[in-house]
Design a protein around this ligand. Structure first.
Ligand SMILES: C[S@@+](CC[C@H](N)C(=O)[O-])C[C@H]1O[C@@H](n2cnc3c(N)ncnc32)[C@H](O)[C@@H]1O
Length: 349
């Protein structure tokens, strides 16, 4: 399993390279002796397939809120209300975020501060970015920038945000709103231009602006226009990606670039799972998942890092059994009924 497979699964080489560049930037900028030692230990645990980890993750995905202003196609089941046993909508408090960072922050190079909601809807997100930045952690946020607030660009640049992933899946208002339902492309474009202007005015190198464009049948004819627009506006990089659509997604949404079901775990990506050693996904309510697979059903949660310490959850029975299973997927004596036992990546060894 390659060291840099984290978060680049199933992407083409050019896209992987752009993500790795960002990881390497965060790695070198935020390096300390403690982080370096933890990184080595973590990679050793991963290579040796240890079931208990003395190391901590070195990159975390933390969701400030699962509430969103848009209704993107197939995202969060099109925003249907939660059913029994499913996670309600809600927000993380700055206090809980700080508690988590105080424990795990000394080991982290990077926090990706977004999940399935819109992070910039709520003021606490800016506090969280500032807090993590002051603790020498690079913060990345993904946003649709559909927020009508003249102060937003200044707040983004002044927060110290390291990377801004700009979600924009179309360059004509019709195609944009077909995917980003309830979205306003003109507002998003005005905002991204204003962030770039503010960054220049304040003489700041950050945030790096990374346009993430989910390719579908409807917008696949717009890729060259998007590249030209990105250059003209001053966007640092643009990436065309496969949207996360469920298996049953309608054929009419699948692009020629990323046709349906042509991704083969273990063939199109390195075998085995790295998330259980290097990272984790923290929902707004503090409930931890090993990755962002199947995040609605609360019985999938591994434990709560607000009511317990992160360290206690990281080596609890669910984690230990999952790591044992990932290390030995054919061993029938391992009792593991977590999400990892249903994941195809586990069985790619
Ligand atoms: C679900 S969004 C939430 C964060 C934020 N609201 C945003 O729009 O960027 C997180 C990332 O998922 C990507 N994504 C992939 N497939 C998606 C889909 N079907 N619907 C919405 N976003 C999708 C987006 O481009 C975005 O970078």
């Amino acid at each position: 399993m390659g060291i840099f497979s984290l978060a680049t699964r199933g992407m083409n080489a050019a896209t992987q390279f752009k993500i790795l560049q960002r990881h390497l930037f965060a790695f070198s900028k935020h390096l300390t002796a403690k982080k370096m030692w933890n990184f080595i230990l973590s990679e050793y645990n991963s290579a040796a397939k240890k079931s208990r980890c003395l190391s901590y993750p070195y990159i975390l995905k933390i969701e400030p809120s699962n509430i969103c202003n848009l209704q993107c196609v197939y995202c969060y089941d099109n925003r249907r209300p939660p059913e029994k046993g499913e996670r309600p909508y809600g927000r993380m408090s700055s206090r809980n975020f700080k508690k988590l960072i105080d424990e795990v922050g000394p080991y982290l190079f990077k926090v990706n501060l977004y999940g399935f909601g819109e992070p910039f809807l709520f003021p606490e997100t800016f506090d969280m970015i500032k807090y993590a930045t002051e603790k020498n952690i690079g913060v990345g946020v993904s946003s649709n920038l559909n927020i009508d607030d003249a102060m937003l660009p200044g707040k983004i640049v002044q927060s110290g945000l390291e990377t801004l992933i700009f979600s924009c899946h179309g360059v004509t208002p019709e195609n944009y709103a077909k995917f980003m339902v309830k979205g306003n492309m003109d507002l998003a474009m005005r905002n991204i231009k204003a962030v770039i202007k503010k960054r220049k005015e304040l003489g700041s190198r950050t945030p790096l602006i990374d346009w993430q464009f989910c390719v579908t049948r409807f917008n696949q004819g717009e890729l060259d226009i998007a590249k030209a627009m990105a250059k003209e506006i001053g966007i640092d990089q643009i990436r065309f990606i496969r949207p996360f659509f469920p298996d049953e997604a309608a054929e009419e949404w699948q692009s020629d670039l990323f046709p349906k079901n042509n991704f083969r775990p273990g063939v199109d990506n390195p075998p085995g799972c790295s998330w259980i050693y290097r990272s984790a996904y923290i929902n707004y309510d503090g409930n931890l998942l090993p990755c962002c697979r199947d995040f609605r059903r609360m019985s999938n949660d591994f434990g709560n890092v607000f009511t317990e310490s992160f360290a206690a959850v990281w080596n609890n029975d669910k984690y230990v059994n999952s790591r044992k299973l990932v290390a030995n997927p054919k061993d029938k004596s391992i009792h593991c009924d977590t999400l990892c036992s249903q994941c195809p990546v586990t069985y790619t060894e």
